[in-house]
Design a protein around this ligand. Sequence first.
Ligand SMILES: [Zn+2]
Length: 431
Amino acid sequence: MTESMTNHDLAGRRQEWSLVCARCGGIFDLGPLVFGCPACASDGLQSVLDLRFRPRHPPTPLAARAGAAGLCRYLDLLPGGEADDWVSLGEGGTNLQRSRIIGPRLGLEALYFKNETTNPTWSFKDRYVAVTVNVARRFGYRRVVVSSTGNLGVSVAAYAAAAGMDCLFIALPRTARPIVDQARLHGARVVITRPESRQEVFEHCARHEDWFPVGLFLDRPVQNPFGIEGYKTFAYEMIDDLGRAPAAVLFPCARGNGLYGAWKGFREALEWGWAAAAPAMVGCQPEGANSLEVSLRQGAERAVELPRIESVAVSAAETIADDHALAAIRESGGDALSVSDQEILAAARELGREGLCVEASSALPVACLPRLVESRRFDPAAPVVCVLTAAGIKWPAHLDLGGPPIDEVENDAGVVDAYLAAFGKGRNGRG
Ligand SMILES: [Zn+2]
């Protein structure tokens, strides 16, 4: 592995990046460190590494970036981001859609939805995976392994295919069949394990040095500090589109990786003078899986672990959040909120009326929004963004949220006319 690393042209930009440990303060050169901080490990401790970016020159301002779209617009700000050799499926650059119904109902003049369902595999994970797979290639890897219930696994399968890499996807018995089949379509090998053995199987694969693990950015024996940088592009894109940072950004959170990555982007934008202020970051979780909210209310230094629960928001029902996400919420003056399954499904239904089809977890920000508005913590005229992380179509069992009835009609002009008449008068009074 070492030889191919040196063969790759990382040298020029490699000094701009380092890996830092918040626990011991250790700083390490950019390399495939996927088992946490080596210094802490030698003391028998486990600690997550985070990337630090110190560009040699001030980066090109957002407004002066022309041409490229999506993540490719910001490759100079991402690890492994070399414009002439970036494997892309067209990730990022998603629409910021102004709310027509929900915003006006809540008295918010500029409520926006960041529609992540238009990413190549229909979820925000593509930002994380694009960076991870490109970094893995630059480190000389030809194989990736991922453990996932859904969105992450499909995304890794697709990007591995685009990069010509082997992919092993460790899934669970409850992983939806369309997800398994999509991963297989991309050529991934899928293995299904029991939930209690999933982590061990993943770690076993990661210890084989030719497999690059696409784990999450978490305090776990196997972790991936690289992909989180892909989420910085949320911040760049919002500032690019709005001409300023939003007053608040609401994120659905399992562990809060997306929220933390976006916060890193906003911090950079402040540092480089691209925005005058940063938003309040608001973590949105299902009731009972609200590690962020409980930790904040308790004033806990580190995220509190909760008992496992079932929620309609499958992708967000985790027992513990990441400490970095908790710190980002505090640093940004944000908050963490939680809502019931009923509120989540009502929000998903209302988003449907805005023209958006999201998975239940992605409706969390909209479900939490009324509580944030009640707290009157920001100007109702200022832009507020709800990040809608993934598409509803991958979870067909959750799609029937009580729309209009389905009727059968015969090919009989009288019957069809009567059916149309039931709609009432049209805009031009033509009935
Ligand atoms: Zn350390």
